[in-house]
Design a protein around this ligand. Structure first.
Ligand code: GUN
Length: 307
């Protein structure tokens, strides 16, 4: 059920729970998957090297696929894989009839050209939304596959009754993966959109001048404590996309995850905030499932027309 959240009348901060929001959306996806008669949607994941964070993300994606009743197939390549090795893996998934979506886990090892590899994904299987054709469609206002993190941020807002139409959204960070794509999504006319968007980045002088204007502030810079309480307009909504590992000897793993926002201090000023972990993260994976289901429906419909 959709909870209506009113930004202007708040008593204490409202925690935007990504796990709860994601679980409601995933339940719907699982039921839509179960209703598909022909076959399960399939996701192919390419993982190059052994970056521990990437391994853990990929595990999370595969677990989510299984829980939603989807097929997942992982192609694991060594750190030393060449461009041709990775392209061959992409091509094999492009050709696989039971695979609807392909995700190349980023970052790739430094010797590989990310853009050149992403360009080899068949656009109709680009569930990560990072192929130039997907990004171009989004920019043009005709999105097919929206990158999962920006899509997750937009769904987190709308599912919790926060309408960005006419609001000033300030995004800190200009990556293709998050900032630039989110700006384009929130600028679209209609659903999820109609916001006034400002994008700030590492060369923006006096960041606080901009962030204090935000009705909705999105932090996606990848640096802990970048957004402090004095940079936030009282009563605004704060979305923290950052996932940073900081050393913590009290934890078994030796580190803990924090976002880009000084969570405790900003919680005293904002009307709503996403925690890290448990905020945007679960939403990102959920949108990957949603895009994979959409791709499967497209493929099944096309197959139905040609059979
Ligand atoms: N690494 C961190 N986030 C993402 C994502 O959304 N997609 C891919 N492919 N790699 C990532």
């Amino acid at each position: 059920m959709k909870r209506l959240f009113v930004v202007s009348i708040h008593m204490g901060v409202h925690i935007l729970d990504g796990k709860e929001t994601a679980s409601a959306i995933r339940a719907q996806i699982a039921s839509d998957v179960a209703a598909l008669k022909e076959r399960k949607p399939g996701l192919g994941v390419i993982l190059v090297g052994d970056n521990p964070a990437s391994i853990s993300y990929v595990k999370g994606k595969e677990k989510a696929c299984a829980e939603a009743g989807m097929l997942s197939r992982e192609l694991r390549l060594p750190e030393t894989a060449t461009h041709d090795d990775v392209v061959a893996a992409v091509e094999s998934l492009n050709a696989a009839a039971d695979i609807d979506g392909i995700l190349v886990q980023l970052p790739l090892p430094a010797h590989l050209d990310e853009s050149a590899i992403l360009a080899r994904i068949a656009p109709d299987k680009d569930v990560d939304g990072l192929h130039v054709q997907s990004l171009g469609s989004l920019l043009k206002g005709e999105p097919v596959f929206v990158p999962c993190t920006p899509y997750g941020v937009a769904m987190m807002l709308s599912h919790n009754g926060i309408d960005v139409a006419g609001k000033h959204v300030v995004i800190v960070g200009r990556s293709t993966l998050v900032g630039k794509s989110l700006a384009n999504l929130l600028l679209l006319k209609g659903a999820h959109g109609d916001a006034t968007v400002t994008v700030c980045h590492s060369s923006t002088p006096d960041l606080g001048v901009h962030t204090r204007q935000a009705d909705v502030l999105v932090a996606a810079i990848g640096r802990p404590n970048t957004i402090t309480a004095d940079m936030v307009k009282p009563g605004s909504v704060v979305i923290d996309v950052g996932v940073n590992r900081v050393e913590d000897a009290t934890r078994k793993r030796g580190y803990r995850l924090v976002g880009d926002v000084d969570y405790e201090a900003v919680s005293a000023v904002a009307s709503a905030i996403t925690p890290v972990p448990g905020g945007v993260g679960p939403m990102t994976i959920t949108m990957l499932l949603k895009n994979t289901l959409a791709a499967a429906r497209m493929h099944l419909q096309k197959k139905g027309q040609t059979d």
